[in-house]
Write a protein that binds this ligand. Sequence first.
Ligand code: PRP
Ligand code: URA
Length: 208
Amino acid sequence: MSTIILNHPLIEHKLTIMRNKDTGTKEFRQNLDEVAMLMAYEVTKGLPTKNKEIITPICQMTGKELVRPIVLVPILRAGLGLVDGFKAIIPTAKVGHIGMARNEETLQPEEYYAKFPSCLGEADVIVVDPMLATGGSASAALENIKKRGAKHIKLACLVAVPEGISVIEKNHPDVDLIVAALDEKLNEKGYIVPGLGDAGDRLFGTDD
Ligand code: PRP
Ligand code: URA
């Protein structure tokens, strides 16, 4: 439906810290948390609301409330790094999980875990993953989530390349895509350039 590149100064500042190869696990996590909060604000901007009649201490008024529950779906592992930040802004969100691993040789994604709340079909579903590289993992995750009933879906990624964005736009024209930063290209191993390396490894300290 739409692709938005945020290019937000605060996110760019924090992302620069995360991109630096000398940034350790603690600082990487902390900045990802903060970036996730900023992204959550932007990602939820267009969510539908309905009128709600309330009485303030002063008078009656017509307020607004969200139409649908919100379900966050991190793509494991690295997507987990965005969950706390999103939950800080949307504390009532339920969380589903989908595990997608990229086969290192074929670069093809394989699902290895899935568990979703029962309201998935009626919810606003926000799929989160820091990296959109070939787009294979996110595209397969979206397909699998749709098969399980999800209808109103947004995909939020921290860093993306044009190849990955094209795959999502082609395979999932019904999904809103929100990207914090657009990078240049993929290298021969399918890593984003300049990127930040392997997000899951940097987040969980498995890169040594
Ligand atoms: C990373 C990342 C994405 C995927 C992006 O996960 O978190 O899910 O790669 O690559 P793609 O767009 O080419 O599919 P990875 O498979 O490394 O697993 P991990 O999160 O467990 O480290
Ligand atoms: N997955 C990552 O974690 N980093 C990349 O650069 C590409 C895919």
